[in-house]
Design a protein around this ligand. Structure first.
Ligand SMILES: [Fe+2]
Length: 392
């Protein structure tokens, strides 16, 4: 256990029009040769061209436009020799997958070997080619985190190291304005669960010291997570149904950005561990898997943090609650199920083709997610299997 809390945010620019500041931010760091990592949607949708228009001489830019959604380790390993050396920075432009691809590539381009060699906490041996991130969705918050997530041997895993945290990011809500409703929904649900699980994480004094900053819930992460939760809960449905609402897009951009920063200092919990296991078993987006695992994960944790459930429940029902009245902790679960239903997300894994016979596999793949489970508010015990079986 450690008495010391570490704060490690990286610089970022936030706001409509912030993208225009990219050239001066690169110049300030003497980054001249840049490799942009993006995906086919961004490359054909106009955003890439806007970035390229900003990056004039003497900046030299190379492009990789084929970052896959939900990448595998072999996708990254396949590309690592392709670009040669001498880049001052890798620029991840897109959703979480493009940003995580840039982070993963920076590890293997710098240190060689296979991406699988760096799975877990603190396995990256030293600094990597600096990564700059520009998100085009409001979800993962990867621009603010020290983790790159990918699927390896059918399980969603990650490399977590402070060396991988982006050196700066630009979060411009304008870039999310044309994000399709389904992508807004899936990404937004991820951001919502980052805020919730960061806020609920096991208290910092109870988390053993480890080589990364998933150090448990602490005053820095709790403040960020709570404000992130408030913003996301307020603006999420509107951003999905009315994507042209600038206020809603701005609220979601800020909410997801803060949530990423929060969980990168606290860690997450069982819902993410379950969803990562599920995501390795079926081909569904991370946000969809999170929705399907929300009830089983939060039901398991309920008794361990009733007071914090009530804090979040109170924010959800702010307009209905007066003075010191506290909503019951179960309302957090009920309100989330209502939202999941409204957004047409799955409320349990069986809606995605998983059966009760898969409970043991889901459990086994969850137990290996120690990056997540060490900060879950309730230690994992023998009862988890029955929660999973019931929850499927
Ligand atoms: Fe997530």
């Amino acid at each position: 256990m450690s008495e010391i809390i570490q704060f490690s945010p990286s610089p970022s620019l936030f706001g409509f029009g912030a993208l225009a500041r990219l050239p001066e931010e690169l110049r300030a760091r003497d980054f001249k040769r840049i490799l942009i990592i993006t995906d086919p949607q961004i490359s054909t949708g106009g955003i890439l061209q806007r970035v390229l228009d900003l990056l004039k001489h003497p900046l030299r830019v190379e492009l990789f436009e084929e970052a896959p959604t939900e990448p595998l380790d072999v996708d990254v390993d396949r590309e690592k020799e392709r670009f040669g050396a001498g880049f001052d920075a890798l620029l991840g432009l897109g959703g979480g997958s493009a940003m995580d691809f840039a982070k993963a590539l920076s590890i293997v381009m710098t240190h060689g070997g296979l991406l699988g060699d760096y799975v877990g906490e603190g396995s990256v041996p030293g600094p990597v080619i600096p990564v700059v991130c520009i998100p085009t969705t409001s979800g993962t918050g990867s621009q603010n985190t020290q983790t790159s997530v990918f699927t390896i041997d059918g399980v969603k895993r990650g490399c977590s190291s402070e060396y991988v945290r982006p050196v700066f990011s630009i979060v411009d809500p304008q870039l999310t304005m044309n994000c399709p409703p389904v992508v807004t929904r899936n990404a937004g649900y991820d951001a919502l669960m980052h805020a919730i699980e960061s806020f609920l994480a096991r208290p910092h004094p109870q988390v053993p010291e480890r080589p990364i900053l998933y150090q448990g819930s602490n005053p820095f992460s709790r403040g960020l997570a709570l404000e992130a939760f408030r913003l996301i809960w307020t603006y999420f449905p509107q951003a999905v149904s009315h994507g042209d609402d600038r206020g809603a897009r701005e609220g979601m951009s800020m909410g997801s950005h803060l949530a990423g920063l929060a969980f990168s200092h606290s860690g997450l919990g069982l819902v993410h561990a379950l969803a990562s296991s599920l995501g390795g078993m079926i081909d569904e987006p991370h946000g969809v898997c999170l929705a399907a695992c929300t009830n089983m994960g939060l039901s398991y944790n309920l008794n361990a943090c009733e007071k914090d459930y009530a804090v979040l429940g109170n924010i959800m029902e702010e307009e209905n609650v007066s003075g010191s009245t506290r909503v019951p902790p179960e309302n957090l679960l009920l309100n989330l199920q209502k939202l999941i239903h409204e957004l047409d997300l799955p409320s349990r894994p069986s809606e995605l083709g998983i059966g009760k016979k898969d409970a043991q596999k889901l459990l086994n793949n969850t137990l290996v997610q120690t990056r997540r489970t060490k900060t879950n508010p309730r230690p994992l015990d023998d009862q988890l299997h029955s929660f999973i079986e019931k929850g499927i």
